[in-house]
Design a protein around this ligand. Sequence first.
Ligand code: SAH
Length: 378
Amino acid sequence: MTAFARHLAGLIRADGPLRLDRFMALANAHYYATRDPLGAAGDFTTAPEISQLFGEMIGLCLIDHWERAGSPTRIHLVELGPGRGTLMADILRAAKLRPAFIDAAQLTLVETSPALRARQVETLKGHTPSWADNFDAIPLDAPLYLVANEFFDALPIRQFVRTNGAWHERFVALDDAGNFTWGLSSTVIPGEAAGGVRDPGPRRLDTAPSHVGPGSPLRSGRDNDGRNEEAIFELNEPTREIGAQIGTALNTHTGLALIIDYGHAATAFGDTLQAVKAHRFTNPLEAPGEADLTAHVDFQALAESSSATAHGPVTQGAFLTALGTEARAQALIRARPDQSAAIAAALTRLIDAGGMGTLFKAMALTGPGGPVPAGFAA
Ligand code: SAH
């Protein structure tokens, strides 16, 4: 066990099993604080790290919306979880076509990891971002232009498991040998309490299928220790909170939030918790704090929590295609013929179903009456 895993085990010995969201929050905070996890030498690769095409297209979408909204002379440009800062650097490079956008933009990066903040300083040399620990800490007083790529998937989930017809909450406990193991609360959770802590909507849990079968789109290929044998409902409370805060900002100050992540368009049942280390799935309990823990984003819950106008989600493939990514790739190839194979491969990975094109979705949120963002028109 690592020192951090021993620390978690000590918490369980002292206070009892950890609720899954607490376990995930502690593990991910340690994970992100202690490394740069991105890229071939790290644990996972994201769209902006695959190609500049991704960030350039996001930049064009933001700028197009800003222009159609009348080119406001002061805006907040915000990124949640900027990783190495690559996406923001590509957005700002695309924005060189419209210097007034850069002049208008007050840049804030929401990042908790000191290691990644240091990377962002390097990548964004020549710009003057501010950093915030959370979205709520940004003093917003102008239209909001926000991007978040693979941010919400890292936020901690709660899981409710239906066994013998009753819902119980998942905890992380210790077995007799002192290893981490899954546990369930003995208390029965009423469906509304689990499914609707912040959303009094339909009593989703009461209509849960009794099985998340092997054909379920929510099953991922990892070894899940039999955790899927009964219905599972996932609740991401921080996502709903941040969604509500973004919605309030958009409804008050106007603007556009672009959220790209892997997940499902409609609220559904299934276990989507996964751990990734060195580009492979691992057991989430094996080495907490050493692997990236994520869960699929429930875009419906995010949209509903925002009470802003939602566009999409559409697949990342459809979104990038509608924005003209293929034409941009051709232009890059003409400029760098020696790079043509690499550029074409990156394009395929971003938009094809076999790559990130279908699993990843893009959703836009706007304030009332704002223009429909490019890439989302019917
Ligand atoms: N958007 C980047 C990085 C994705 S990795 C890209 O596409 O490459 C997730 C990012 O979110 C990291 O920067 C991580 O440090 C940050 N992060 C994770 N949990 C966070 C939290 N609770 N608050 C703020 N940032 C968080």
